[in-house]
Ligand binder design. Structure first.
Ligand SMILES: O=C(O)CCC(=O)C(=O)O
Length: 279
C-alpha cells in the first residue's frame, strides 16, 4: 500500500523505505487543486515531451499560488529527510547550515493532454547523466513531488512506478512500454506522489479526452546546482514577493547560469498555439 494520510510523516517514511515512493492523499483540497489546474493551463512557457505531453516551466513566475504546493509541510519534511545532511560538524567533516540544506529546484507543470503517449521510463536527474559503468548512488539527489491537480488513474495517465526499483541502482530499460511490476500512482485531485530520483518511473498514456494535470516540485540538496537545461529560475521581481521561508528555498536560483537552455516555447507568442496549447 503506497497511499498514506497527508500528515502521516512516519507512515510516509516507512513506505518510502519499502516501496521507494509514497502518495500523500488529499494533501490540498479538491478546490485548491482545481484552481491551480486552471492556472497551469494558462501558463505561457512550455517545453515539449512525448506526443501530447508538455512541461509548463517555472510556474512560480506565472502564479505565486503554486508556493502552497512547494511549501507543503509534509512534503518539505520528507524532502528534508531524504536529502539533508549532517547538521553538526566534526573534526573530520564540515556541516552546512541546516536552514540552507534543502532547496527548491523547480515547480513545473506536467500536462498529459487527452490521448498523450506514455512517457519513457527513467530516473530523475542526475542519475541518467552519471557514469553508467558504476552502480548509481543508493540515495536520491532530487526528490520529485508530483502533485495531482486532476485525478490520476490508469486511464488518465497516472505516473507509473516500479516499487522496489530504488534498490536496482541502474537505469531502467529505454522503453515506453509496460514493465513487469509497474504500478500506477493513483490519487484524487489534491494528492501528491513523492518520487526520489532513485525510483524508476514514467508517465502513463492518457486514454481519455481530458488533460491530466500535474505539477512537479523538485527539491535538491545545497551541493547541487542547476541540473538540467530545462530548469529555469524564478525571476527576482517574483522572488521579492515571497515570504521568507520560500525566499530561503529559492534564493540560489537567482544566481543560476541560464546560458544553456532547453527547447522552450512561449505559447503566447507562437502562432501555432493560438488556442493557448501546443498540440
Ligand atoms: O507526468 C508524469 O506522470 C511523470 C513525470 C516525470 O516522469 C517526471 O517529472 O520526472
Amino acid at each position: 500500500m503506497s497511499q498514506v494520510a497527508a500528515d502521516d510523516v512516519s507512515g510516509a517514511i516507512q513506505t518510502l523505505e519499502t516501496e521507494g515512493y509514497v502518495v500523500l492523499e488529499s494533501a490540498v483540497s479538491a478546490d485548491v487543486a482545481a484552481e491551480l489546474a486552471s492556472s497551469v493551463m494558462t501558463a505561457p512557457q512550455r517545453a515539449p515531451g512525448v506526443a501530447g505531453y508538455e512541461f509548463v516551466v517555472c510556474l512560480l513566475n506565472h502564479d505565486v499560488r503554486f508556493l502552497q504546493l512547494a511549501m507543503h509541510p509534509t512534503v518539505l519534511e520528507l524532502a528534508r529527510h531524504l536529502l539533508a545532511g549532517r547538521t553538526e560538524s566534526a573534526p573530520n567533516a564540515f556541516a552546512w547550515p541546516a536552514e540552507d540544506q534543502l532547496r527548491l529546484g523547480c515547480v513545473d507543470g506536467l500536462v498529459a493532454h487527452g490521448g498523450s503517449e506514455a512517457g519513457w521510463w527513467h530516473m530523475d536527474s542526475p542519475m541518467g547523466q552519471l557514469n553508467q559503468s558504476r552502480p548509481l548512488p543508493d540515495f536520491p539527489i532530487i526528490v520529485n513531488a508530483i502533485w495531482m491537480l486532476s485525478e490520476f488513474n490508469e486511464q488518465t495517465g497516472a505516473t507509473r512506478a516500479i516499487p522496489g526499483s530504488q534498490r536496482h541502482r541502474r537505469l531502467p530499460p529505454p522503453t515506453q512500454e509496460s514493465l513487469d511490476g509497474e504500478v500506477f500512482c493513483n490519487g484524487s485531485a489534491g494528492s501528491v506522489a513523492i518520487i526520489p530520483s532513485t525510483m524508476w518511473h514514467a508517465a502513463g498514456a492518457n486514454q481519455t479526452d481530458q488533460p491530466r494535470i500535474g505539477v512537479a516540485c523538485n527539491y535538491l540538496p545545497w551541493w547541487v546546482g542547476r541540473l538540467t537545461m530545462d530548469m529555469y529560475p524564478v525571476s527576482r521581481e517574483v522572488w521579492e514577493t515571497f515570504p521568507p521561508a520560500a525566499q530561503q528555498l529559492t534564493r540560489h536560483q537567482l544566481e543560476w547560469n541560464t546560458d544553456f537552455q532547453g527547447d522552450l516555447i512561449d505559447v503566447l507568442s507562437d502562432d501555432d498555439c493560438s488556442d493557448g496549447f501546443r498540440k
